[in-house]
Design a protein. Structure first.
Length: 108
């Protein structure tokens, strides 16, 4: 339950702080044609790895990537056709009272 609340707060924050002016991280490309390309870019540029994923009502897979050691995070959305776009990103990511998540399968 704690993970769900923390993730919901992160998603709400992502929509509230979408502009690059409010953040110290600038993502130069907002969309990639495939999930794997976005995942590779987030790992290479920021050291971020998948931390959580969920399915939205519109059929898109929503993914939270994070680099807890430096505190950066990115939330992305993958459409059923594969296009993957950034929804939000920021700093000061913290894991709150949760152990490592159990795999639930792959949504991308």
């Amino acid at each position: 339950m704690t993970r769900i609340i923390a993730l919901a707060a992160a998603i709400a924050l992502a929509f509230a702080v979408r502009t690059a002016d409010a953040l110290s991280i600038v993502v130069t490309v907002d969309c990639f044609p495939a999930f794997d390309q976005m995942a590779d870019a987030l790992l290479d540029q920021y050291g971020e790895r998948p931390a959580a994923e969920m399915l939205a009502k519109n059929g898109n897979a929503i993914h939270l990537f994070a680099a807890p050691s430096v505190g950066t995070w990115t939330i992305i959305s993958t459409e059923p056709g594969g296009q993957t776009c950034t929804l939000g990103y920021g700093t000061d990511f913290q894991v709150i009272g949760a152990s490592a998540p159990e795999p639930a399968g792959e949504l991308h």
